[in-house]
Structures are given as structure tokens and as C-alpha cells.
Write a protein that binds this ligand. Structure first.
Ligand code: SME
Length: 163
């Protein structure tokens, strides 16, 4: 893994969304390891610290609610009802949601007032049922675009194989 992370790459990564490096880092972190918690924890940590985002975590579908699962960042809301907030809406509507300004999203759940923009991507089982959502929060407005949705989808595709 160390060969992937020379100092030049690290300094570039601090100032840009370096998805190439993030994807390499995630592959290296999970290679040869089959412990689900270790792998998911490392993936979430890699996303958070590579991209310098505020909060990166998973909510798990349990009956009619999302329940806080593993995450990196400050403590967060434990339960979210289907259809509520950005996470519950992404689940109900079966789609990724990008929120440029959380104050403009009707029903946004403010677990932390530092969150200004957000992206939520559903994670499915092999039958296509949503089992988790990946939620990422930023302290900046307008952080996430379709490019992030595409790149993060590659990571949720890996997560789907691990949980
Ligand atoms: N803002 C989310 C709630 C989860 S926290 O941001 C971690 C929402 O509206 O669903």
C-alpha cells in the first residue's frame, strides 16, 4: 500500500477531490481482508480523510426506519423514518440525492449545524432492495456534483459486496 501513497500524491490530494487516489487507497485497504467491520470502517475513514469531508457514514434499513450504522465524524441522529430527511427520501424514492444547500431541502434533518451540503446514495442487496444508505456531509455549500455521485457509486458498489 505504501507505494501508492508517495508525498507528491498526498499533497495533491489535500487540495483536490482525488478520486483516483481514493479508489486505489480503498482497494489496498480491503485487499486480502474479509472482516466486514474492519473493511467498512477503513472505507469510511478513507473517504472522510482523503476528501476532508465533515461526516461520512452508513444508515441501515431496519423495518420502516434507517438506523445509524458505522460512521466517521461527530455523533449523529440515530433513527430516521422512511421518507424523512435527505436519507429517508433517498431510500423512499430509490435514488441518489445531492443537496447543494441543506437549508433549501424541505425536511432536511440537521444532526449538526455545521453540515451545509450533502449527498446520499442508496446501497442495494443482490435483489435490488435498499439495505443501507451512504450519507456524506460537508461544511461547505455546493460540495457535491454528479461527478461525486458517479465516483461514490463505484465505492458503494464495493460496499455492497462487503455487507
Ligand atoms: N441530514 C441527514 C441526516 C443524517 S446526518 O446528516 C448525519 C438527513 O437529512 O437525512
Amino acid at each position: 500500500m505504501n507505494s501508492l501513497l508517495n508525498m507528491a500524491e498526498l499533497s495533491v490530494a489535500k487540495s483536490t477531490k482525488n478520486y483516483s487516489l481514493l479508489h486505489q487507497e480503498i482497494s489496498a485497504l480491503i485487499e486480502g481482508e474479509n472482516n466486514m467491520f474492519a473493511n467498512i470502517g477503513n472505507i469510511l475513514a478513507a473517504i472522510k480523510f482523503r476528501m476532508n469531508w465533515f461526516w461520512v457514514g452508513l444508515y441501515k434499513v431496519e423495518k420502516e426506519e434507517l438506523v445509524l450504522f458505522m460512521f466517521q465524524g461527530p455523533h449523529a441522529c440515530t433513527r430516521i423514518k422512511k421518507g424523512k430527511g435527505v436519507c429517508g427520501t433517498a431510500w423512499q424514492e430509490n435514488r441518489a440525492i445531492i443537496v447543494e444547500d441543506v437549508e433549501k431541502f424541505d425536511g432536511h434533518i440537521a444532526c449538526n449545524s455545521n453540515s451545509k451540503s450533502e449527498i446520499v446514495i442508496p446501497i442495494k442487496d443482490k435483489n435490488g432492495a435498499i439495505t443501507y444508505v451512504l450519507d456524506i456531509d460537508s461544511t461547505e455549500l455546493n460540495t457535491f456534483t454528479e461527478i461525486d455521485a458517479i465516483e461514490l457509486n463505484k465505492i458503494t458498489a464495493i460496499i455492497e459486496t462487503l455487507i
